[in-house]
Design a binder for this molecule. Structure first.
Ligand code: KG4
Ligand code: ZN
Length: 339
């Protein structure tokens, strides 16, 4: 089954073609960072307008890349939520219109399900069951994944998401948007032990996260004399990144222990962070646990994960009607197995 996937939940237009026998046929991404950079964050109305400009031409390009036409499609999938409503509606409406015109089955995809199944886009996909750490701009959560659509929430952030903490720290230090890559780049020459920043909730016997205290600690440090020096900023970024990564690892290791599972999947934009990947790799090796990441480009938002997750559900016979709408909020554990 050949499925066209459309992702427009935030500030990237992602389009891809997934074939459940042959794998990924083509994918393209248009990032809006240049549009939002001057505002220091995503402006929803500008995001929607740019998705309108980009979606149809990008679909044509992806089909051309694969040497295919609309007649070669067996289904269409588009992100239906959670995300920015206006942005979601662009991809969802385009997907539904295309499916309606070509008489194809359509499915609205859960953005976080697409993220946490993304390691299956790579060689040696993880077998079920596994523990998933989902770290994106809007969500930080740990889930026990027994199969597609079988998600048990183990813990989540009580305030800021990990990506949001990176974004806010970048803004605070004047490093620009998007914040994650900017903080990671600034941290490259810094000393991760230079500042003793809090590692929130690591000693609490649960699997929840909290990053707002860490953000406040960075804010206080950023007011110290010499805080504008490049070396100070590098040290502060490296220490902040280390605190986030160490906290995420401690909770992930606890989730493995508590579930008795020995497979960990990390997905979502913060999973692209090089220091996180390094820290998790050595931690997992120590525990003897298998570790799965999508490649960095499939950690951040993309069309491939949407085409893939949509194909899994379409192939099982699941379909959405033309009245399917976008949803800003959609808890992951409301999902059910395909079919
Ligand atoms: O999954 P994603 O692309 O979009 C959402 O669904 O939210 O995640 C975006 C988040 C942003 O907060 C961004 O700053 C963060 O992921 N991010 C990173 C890195 N690349 C993206 N954070 C840390 N290090 C990175 N290299
Ligand atoms: Zn995402």
């Amino acid at each position: 089954m050949r499925v066209l996937g459309i992702e427009t939940s935030c500030d990237e237009t992602g389009i891809a073609l997934w074939d459940d026998a042959a794998g990924l046929l083509a994918h393209r991404l248009h990032s809006q960072t240049a549009i939002h950079a001057e505002y220091g964050g995503v402006v929803p109305e500008l995001a929607s307008r740019d998705h309108i400009r980009r979606t149809a031409p990008l679909i044509e390009q992806v089909l051309a890349d694969a040497g295919l036409g609309y007649g070669d499609l067996d289904g269409v999938a588009a992100t239906a939520g959670p995300g920015l409503l206006g942005a979601l509606l662009v991809g969802l409406s385009t997907g539904k219109a295309l499916a309606f015109a070509r008489d194809l089955p359509f499915i609205g995809v859960h953005h976080l399900e697409a993220h946490l199944l993304a390691p299956a886009l790579e060689e040696r996909p993880p077998a079920f069951p596994f523990v998933a750490l989902l770290v994106s701009g809007g969500h930080t959560l740990l889930a026990e994944v027994a199969g597609v659509g079988r998600y048990r929430l183990l813990g989540q952030s009580l305030d800021d998401a990990a990506g949001e903490a990176f974004d806010k720290t970048a803004k605070l230090l004047g490093l620009g948007y998007p914040g994650g890559p900017a903080v990671a780049a600034a941290a490259a020459g810094g000393d991760p032990a230079a500042f003793d920043l809090p590692r929130p909730m690591v000693d609490k016997p649960n699997l929840d996260f909290s990053f707002s205290g860490l953000k406040t600690a960075v804010l206080n440090r950023s007011k110290e004399p010499g805080a504008a020096d490049a070396a100070f900023v590098a040290d502060l970024c490296a220490s902040f990144q280390e605190a986030v990564v160490a906290t995420l690892w401690r909770k992930s290791a606890r989730a493995l222990r508590e579930t008795g599972l020995n497979r960990l999947v990390v997905a979502g934009g913060v999973g692209a962070n090089a220091r996180l990947r390094e820290h998790f790799a050595s931690g997992a090796a120590e525990l003897g646990a298998a570790l799965h990441f999508p490649r960095p480009a499939f950690c951040t938002d993309n069309g491939a994960m949407v085409a893939h997750a949509g194909a899994l559900r379409l192939a099982a016979g699941e379909r959405d009607g033309w009245d399917r709408s976008a949803v800003a909020r959609w808890p992951l554990d409301e999902l059910r197995p395909p079919g």
